[in-house]
Design a binder for this molecule. Structure first.
Ligand code: SAH
Ligand code: SF4
Ligand code: F3S
Length: 457
């Protein structure tokens, strides 16, 4: 670190201004959290924060490869950096994250993008300071990718995006191998952090003013199974709720196959746990679910939703759905539409199936033609919109606690979220940011509310 810091200082003197860096995130919350670690390291070695690539002396893209589009986007951004580097020859460009765990991607970058100076993957992020030093001092390309790891490195420096909320990794990797999904190949096997390490981090965050935490894992419901002394996710949640200062606890993502009744109990009992569950269904057809290797049926999923709703009737339920998985027929798709209506989602992330090289689904016959996929996608959006709008409006007229997160584009307004994860915009001053205040939800505009505050004396 020290040597890196000295080098950055010297390079800044040479350039005639203190150096600035930008870390751009693609993909999921895990990647967002990793980027906070990258930013923490960049700050430690002396880089200031740049607002854009144009302003930066160091650019790092933390990439995602879950769908083809994510990859194309990165190539597009890299193309633009070529002209930046012409203007600023001292510009250093780095790539990391999930895309880099794919051999053919690294090969393509090696061949077609000489603009890139440093490449590393998901397993050796903690080596960023050393790799950065190598890239800065040698001025030759540094590439280090690990096939996998069983290590969990604690205590990396972190630069949080929000002072009042934070993600906390509870586990890394995934063992589920859903047949369409690349994540287990690029993130490796499932590894859980020790509960004490998690709780220690959360206590430190609480001391630092954090009120809301989001526990992160590809499948949080299987947390703790591989620990020397196994701890269930429900047990971990209970412990997390005991940390003073933390007011809200969220988590992501729950796989339906591992969601236990004990977890439903804990959610219902613990007031700090937010009234929101993201429960990806992927498809409403049991036949397609089997081909996806999801290991639950439509009936089991709906049964689970029923049990959850029984205990927490006003819970917000959200999901992920893939349209056009290989072999999906019109009938299978209609099963998805009817499930959307039956489950009553508050919102859903809908995706066009994207073929990922190396996954079993990529080799399946009956890939669904593009135009059929697009037509179904539109119909699905319509169905989601209908049910979600109806459901989201259920709190109209009620006063609810809002954690204020940011100023709104609309002058004089701020925005925040209720426990159920719905967004509320209301007139208020920026000094409310980071606090929890009661707001009356006056009107529902589809997926968000416009609210107002009673003036406090
Ligand atoms: N671990 C989480 C999701 C990780 S990826 C879970 O199991 O829920 C986030 C979402 O991307 C998935 O839920 C899925 O809906 C979507 N996705 C993953 N692979 C995809 C692919 N090949 N094509 C389209 N969507 C995909
Ligand atoms: Fe991918 Fe399935 Fe693992 Fe989620 S649970 S990351 S969809 S393999
Ligand atoms: Fe993408 Fe990697 Fe997350 S592939 S969705 S960034 S785990």
């Amino acid at each position: 670190m020290e040597r890196c810091r000295r080098l950055v200082r010297e390079m800044g003197e040479e350039a005639g201004h203190p150096l600035k860096a930008i870390a751009v995130t693609f993909g999921c919350q895990m990647n967002a959290r990793d980027s906070e670690k990258l930013r923490g390291i960049l700050r430690e070695v002396g880089y200031g924060e740049a607002e854009s690539e144009e302003e930066a002396d160091f650019v790092i893209y933390n990439t995602c490869t879950v769908r083809e589009n994510a990859n194309l986007h990165v190539y597009g951004r890299l193309g633009k950096l070529v002209s930046e580097k012409r203007k600023k020859p001292h510009l250093v460009v780095a790539l990391c994250g999930c895309m880099m765990q794919e051999e053919q991607v690294v090969e393509k970058i090696r061949r077609s993008f000489p603009v890139v100076d440093l490449i590393f993957g998901t397993h050796n992020l903690f080596r960023f300071p050393e790799l950065l030093l190598m890239a800065l001092s040698g001025r030759k390309r540094v590439i280090e990718i690990w096939e996998g790891t069983d290590r969990i490195v604690e205590d990396l420096p972190v630069e949080r995006k929000y002072p009042f909320k934070s993600g906390v990794n509870i586990m890394f990797g995934c063992n589920n191998f859903c047949s369409y999904c690349i994540v287990p190949y690029v993130r490796g096997r499932e590894r859980s952090r020790e509960p004490e390490a998690i709780l220690g981090e959360i206590r430190r965050l609480a001391d630092d003013g954090v009120k809301e935490i989001m526990l992160l894992g590809q499948n949080v419901n299987s947390y703790g199974k591989t620990l020397a002394e196994p701890v269930s996710f429900a047990e971990l949640l209970k412990m997390v709720c005991r940390v003073d200062g933390i007011e809200r606890v969220r988590f992501m993502t729950s796989h339906p196959k591992d969601l236990s009744d004990a977890l439903i109990e804990v959610m219902a009992e613990e007031e700090k746990i937010c009234r929101h569950l993201h429960l990806p269904v992927q498809s409403g057809s049991s036949r397609i679910l089997a081909a996806m290797n999801r290991r639950y049926t439509r009936e089991k999923y709906l049964g689970l939703v029923g049990r959850i709703r029984e205990k927490m009737p006003d819970l917000s339920l959200t999901t992920d759905i893939i349209v056009g998985f290989p072999g999906e027929t019109e009938e299978d798709f209609r099963d998805t539409l009817s499930l959307v209506r039956e489950a009553g989602y508050d919102s859903a992330f809908t995706f066009l199936y994207s073929k990922r090289t190396g996954t079993p689904a990529a080799k399946m016959e009956d890939q669904v033609p593009e135009e059929v996929m697009h037509e179904r996608f539109e119909r699905l959006l319509e169905a989601v919109k209908e049910t979600a709008e109806e459901r989201c409006s259920r709190f109209t007229g009620r006063t609810m606690d809002v954690l204020v997160e940011e100023v709104n584009k609309e002058p004089g307004y701020v925005s925040g979220r209720i426990s159920h994860n719905l967004t509320v915009h209301f007139p208020g001053s920026p000094d409310l940011i980071g606090s929890v205040v009661p707001v009356k939800l006056d009107t529902c505009k589809g997926f968000y509310y416009i609210g107002s505050r009673k003036e406090t004396v």
